[in-house]
Write a protein that binds this ligand. Sequence first.
Ligand SMILES: Nc1ncnc2c1ncn2[C@@H]1O[C@H](COP(=O)(O)OP(=O)(O)OP(=O)(O)O)[C@@H](O)[C@H]1O
Ligand SMILES: [Mg+2]
Length: 237
Amino acid sequence: MIKITDITKTYGSGDTAFQALKGVSFTIEDGEFIAIMGPSGSGKSTLMHMLGCLDTPTTGTYFLDDKDVSTLTDEELADIRRLHIGFVFQSFNLLPRTTVMRNVMLPLVYAGVAEAEREKRSKDALFSAGMTESHFSHMSNQLSGGQIQRVAIARALVNNPTLILADEPTGNLDTKTGEIVLGTFQKLNKEHGRTIILITHEHDVAEYAERIITLRDGVIVSDSKSHAQRYAKHYEI
Ligand SMILES: Nc1ncnc2c1ncn2[C@@H]1O[C@H](COP(=O)(O)OP(=O)(O)OP(=O)(O)O)[C@@H](O)[C@H]1O
Ligand SMILES: [Mg+2]
């Protein structure tokens, strides 16, 4: 599904040029659950932006579902993001003073989906992210940190993406809430067959994935199966 070959990314030019990725290659099959690890500044978010078609590599190729991403126009890239990819950012803030339902429905409003369908799909996404109906009409400032993350996951799921990209989704959460969020990802992966790529700098978090790719200074230093695969205790909330 994903095949990147010798990807490099250089920010800036001339004296201030900085190469954040220095030749990265890997293949990811449909339905894999992968963690990308590495210290701060190693290029994790840069790589995720490439994978999410938010940015293009300086050199190298990226094939997504047999399409060469570097040949696509901005409109085609936007279509791929809208139709196939769900993003969960660490600082993925919900709209304040807006209900949970409305926050999740928003991407569908932009996609022009009819209202009844929007509501149904948003409810389904919220359920799969482990939210209970009693919270659907809460304002986003009336939620716990873990619930906010789950609503952000629901919002990433509402367009039914085949690929979910999450950058430090548990970064601000306590251990128990983090595990609930990781359980949501495991469920989406195992029961719904979504491909998940999760960025973290914590080993304990990475082990919820099946395969761990480690970056250092813009290169891959290891790519192997998770040695001590962990399963979330709370598969469902
Ligand atoms: N827009 C940019 N312009 C210039 N340099 C950048 C830009 N974005 C990132 N960088 C640099 O590229 C390197 C990799 O950044 P990146 O954000 O990918 O790291 P990261 O592994 O996600 O780190 P963290 O764990 O802190 O989030 C860093 O040295 C960073 O300063
Ligand atoms: Mg980052």
